[in-house]
Design a protein around this ligand. Sequence first.
Ligand code: UD1
Ligand code: CA
Length: 454
Amino acid sequence: MSVDVVILAAGQGSRMKSALPKVLHAIGGKAMVQHVIDNASSMEDAAIHVVIGHGAEKVRETLTGQDVQFALQEQQLGTGHAVAQAMPNVTGDSTVLVLYGDVPLTSPETMKELVSIAEAGDFGLLTVNLLDPTGYGRIVRDDNDNVVAIVEHKDASPEQLAITEVNTGILAVSASKLNDWLPQLSSENAQGEYYLTDIIAMAASQGLAIKAIQPETEQEVQGVNNRVQLAELERWYQLRNAEALMINGATLADPARVDVRGKVEQGNDIWIDVNVVLEGDVYIGNNVRIESNCVIRNSRIGDGTVIKANSLLEDAVVAENCDVGPFARLRPGTELANKAKVGNFVETKKAVIGEGSKVNHLSYVGDAKVGNNVNVGAGTITCNYDGVNKSLTEIGDGAFIGSNSALVAPVKVGAGATVGAGSTITKTVEDEQLAVARGKQINLNGWQRPVKKS
Ligand code: UD1
Ligand code: CA
């Protein structure tokens, strides 16, 4: 049996006070609607439909290239009307699961449970009990405890308002039944909208069993209407990420001060200090230490490496037992071999730094191939850019680059060569040679400094 997932994402979300459509606001660095799509996609053979309206073009653009079908709801005439817009694209004999682009964290397990209820021929409905049910549709049950209707807050009687079991909006039922019910919806209600919730009473009157299930946590069904709710959900999501890091072998100085905006693969015995952000695809090996205020983006960190405070790694590969930072910036294309050291105020870009090599202080190493056991002195700069072209600097094994040198690329410094401090190197230095390229020092005797006239 096939599943068609209909994600409602046409609403304006005016309380976000934003030019960005609400469903594109992010949780953990990922658009809310993308969370919904990704979680739904974990169901095999699920066809995904997104109903768009407000900010339709931006939503479409953000999701281009993905296996989703869009249905445009030009006017937001209600949730029932929204689902109806997607139905022409839905297979007639499939099961429909309705989700919301602004309810980002519904779990795949909950989705599957609802779908299996619908696949068995019943109506799957996700409800939750709230201490304060204000604003939500109330679940009305008969004397035998069967669900018979949903009544929207604005249409509810005083007795119905006292009901604390509410509609999350998330439901699953067969497409054929939806195709039967949706055209029968009317907008004669307090909000003048075509309520999806009115299909519950239709289902009940046809004797269909309405099976209400509850989510494992309230956050699974938490919608986002403003930035306060966005932040609440973000914190909850991040605590789950922090728990996963800990369960999988990382000690966190403070689980409330690590953020994951992507996927982390990790080893054991990791230590992570406060205010660390892990973004994109990150790998952290065994016995890695990451000190405070580091950002690790799409990077790999090998076993035993230490990333000291205030460092930023981006598309970098750091091997084992390396020492990075504090205040290091490893830009895309940086590769450190085992035991390499990149120290404070050093920037690297497209730089391969060999085993045991050191770039310890205040340097820029870009478009460079540095061999093993090289010492790059403080303040060394690879002059890789002439305003048009980027050129390569190559430094052989065991070379020693004196402090404050400028290596004007393209240029090669051979293995075992030495560059004197303060040199500007523009020509190849052969293996084992000493290159000194700076003004010669002159010492004059009897020099008198000018004297001020009184
Ligand atoms: C809806 C439910 C209510 C439930 C609540 C849970 C209905 C009639 N009511 O109420 O029972 O307790 O959700 O949060 O379904 N949308 C569209 N097109 C539209 C209207 C809405 O795409 O024409 C989307 C919105 O963008 C939003 C979602 O559907 O993501 C819910 O719409 P909203 O108007 O917020 O419904 P509620 O009044 O909260
Ligand atoms: Ca709502």
